[in-house]
Design a protein around this ligand. Structure first.
Ligand code: SF4
Ligand code: SF4
Length: 287
């Protein structure tokens, strides 16, 4: 059934609720909408997604508040399809109020990039050089942001988290005799994958959205380790953490004598070309 919409209300039909996101809501405000009314027909097919939609609207409203805009410019209405008259009445009431609220075209330029970079650009555009009113945004549902915290005593710098993070939120800098693992808060999507795969159980995640941290693309160094040099050739070849782990394993199985531990400090090349032939010669003599 057709709805006769109040003047100035432009309908936009989303084929699926999954397309609704904080980005969609904020971009409408950026491009000049005075308000957004989300009409959600009550039906059992929506139930699974409903709570996620509420979280997204809740988050978008809190972001609006943080950038100094009226959160009530975003309204969600659930309605029964048989109560259309009531809905039209409600729409008229809200839209006349919404039209009175402050609206502004923040930009006419397209906001491009991946989902996260568009989100960051939108917050920056909405703030327009001002500081956020509140820095930490209450999300009220799954939080797609996080800060990685590393237990430096446990981390061996195996690089697994760096290689597997789906958002490329880790950085790795290798210098002559050190290696550093860094983290960019702006990129992290709070998926917890890194903490679930870390073989040393060294990662924990603090999930929160901080506007100031989101706008900051700097790298935070999580852990730096010396690369231990080969006892024979002097070439740096293993991180201090990995060496410590192997030493502990040797000690654990009762093989932690001085010779064995020293042999761990030989690079694979020196082990192959120098130690093995020497051991082999010894074996020949004994024979
Ligand atoms: S935090 Fe874990 S996965 Fe990442 S480098 Fe350290 S040990 Fe490896
Ligand atoms: S939580 Fe996910 S996105 Fe964030 S650093 Fe870990 S793997 Fe990457």
């Amino acid at each position: 059934r057709k709805l006769s919409l109040p003047l100035g209300v432009f309908p936009l039909e989303l084929p699926t609720l999954g397309l609704m996101s904080e980005n969609v809501l904020l971009s409408s405000i950026i491009y000049g909408a005075s308000g957004i009314i989300i009409l959600l027909p009550r039906n059992k097919n929506n139930l699974g997604y409903l709570h996620i939609l509420y979280h997204k609207v809740h988050a978008a409203k809190n972001i609006m508040k943080s950038v100094g805009l009226d959160p009530d410019r975003i309204i969600l209405i659930e309605f029964d399809e048989q109560d259309i008259e009531l809905l039209v009445e409600k729409l008229n009431e809200i839209s006349s109020d919404t039209r009175a609220k402050q609206s502004r075209v923040f930009t006419t330029e397209p906001i491009t990039g991946d989902r996260r970079s568009r989100f960051v650009s939108m917050i920056r555009t909405l703030l327009d050089g001002r500081r956020p009113i509140s820095d930490i945004i209450e999300y009220g549902g799954p939080i797609p942001f996080g800060e990685v915290v590393i237990d430096r005593e446990k981390c061996t710098l195996c690089e697994l988290c760096y290689n597997k993070c789906p958002a490329k939120a880790f950085t790795l800098v290798k210098e002559a005799d050190t290696v550093s693992l860094g983290f960019i808060y702006q990129k992290c999507i709070g998926c917890d994958f890194c903490s679930s795969i870390c073989p040393e159980n060294a990662i924990s995640l603090r999930k929160y959205l901080s506007i100031s941290r989101l706008l900051d693309d700097s790298v935070m160094i999580l852990v730096s380790q010396e690369i231990v040099k080969c006892l024979r050739c002097g070439r740096p070849f293993i991180t201090r953490g990995k060496l410590r782990k192997i030493e502990k394993i040797y000690e654990g199985i009762g093989a932690g004598n001085v010779d064995k531990l020293q042999s761990l400090k030989l690079c694979p090349e020196c082990k192959r070309t120098k130690v093995v032939p020497a051991e082999y010669d010894k074996w020949l003599i004994y024979r």
